[in-house]
Design a protein around this ligand. Structure first.
Ligand SMILES: [Zn+2]
Ligand SMILES: [Zn+2]
Length: 252
């Protein structure tokens, strides 16, 4: 069992170590049919990609895709910024991309001062107070509103450093046709979480979230979970060569 395409990888445009070309060469060496370049959104401190860089990134991606005759999607991993599910990407800027991922990164600059204490408090409530039930409600609401109110293709690594109600997230993703990522890098969701998500009818993408070219397409943990649960390409879209359609028209 292996993935046929990897829809989450980072390059030097944010804090990956490789270039677009390096990641593509790595993906091709594994026999993948496509790769998405999804660097961090602009509110990721110091390393976030500004929308003003999208045009240059597009030229880079197009040139590499042409040279290697390989399918490369240009995307972003936007930050979910508030309990209201706001993200650091406008619809106008998103239209320049092929794929939009979004996830929680606790260091992302919040939109409003009061949000500073809403989401990053996760770390405290989880590890210090040991009572994160209330925080879980806030997190889940943020994710559900993000997928409901924005055209997000994939929710990345749900459950990583935050508590989430996977059933509620799955229901929102099933209703909106948003993929839930089973992340190899962050080893999340766990087996029980994946079960709760797929029970809702939501579909999964298994991605590497590689920050180094050597990790592109490497999805050991996620594949193990898929194998244990007996998941096939009716649930995990990138386990087969069947076309996958993204919101902005890209078909892979
Ligand atoms: Zn991430
Ligand atoms: Zn990532």
């Amino acid at each position: 069992m292996n993935i046929t395409a990897d829809f989450h990888s980072h390059t030097r445009y944010s804090h990956g170590t490789g270039t677009v070309e390096d990641n593509v060469v790595a993906a091709m060496s594994l026999g993948l049919r496509a790769l998405a370049i999804t660097d961090h959104g602009e509110r990721h401190p110091l390393i976030g990609v500004k929308p003003s860089e999208f045009d240059a990134m597009r030229r880079d991606v197009t040139a590499v895709a042409k040279e290697y005759r390989f399918r490369v999607l240009l995307g972003i991993e936007a930050n979910i910024l508030s309990p209201r599910g706001e993200i650091d990407l406008s619809d106008e800027d998103a239209a320049k991309l092929d794929i939009v991922l979004a996830g929680f990164h606790l260091t992302a600059y919040p939109l409003k001062f009061r949000d500073l204490f809403a989401l990053p408090l996760n770390a405290l409530t989880r590890y210090v107070c040991k009572n994160s039930a209330k925080q879980k409600v806030v997190n889940t609401e943020a994710l559900v509103r993000a997928v409901t109110e924005h055209d997000i293709d994939v929710i990345t690594h749900p459950g990583f450093r935050i508590d989430v109600d996977f059933k509620a997230l799955g229901e929102a993703c099933a209703a909106t046709g948003t993929y839930v990522e089973l992340s190899s890098r962050h080893k999340t969701p766990d087996l029980k979480g994946v079960e709760q998500i797929i029970d809702t009818g939501a579909k999964i993408l298994i991605n590497s979230d590689a920050h180094k070219p050597v990790n592109v397409g490497k999805c050991g943990y996620a594949l193990q979970i898929a194998e244990t649960l007996g998941l096939d390409d009716t649930v995990v879209a990138n386990l087969s060569d069947k076309p996958i359609v993204f919101r902005r028209g890209a078909v892979v």
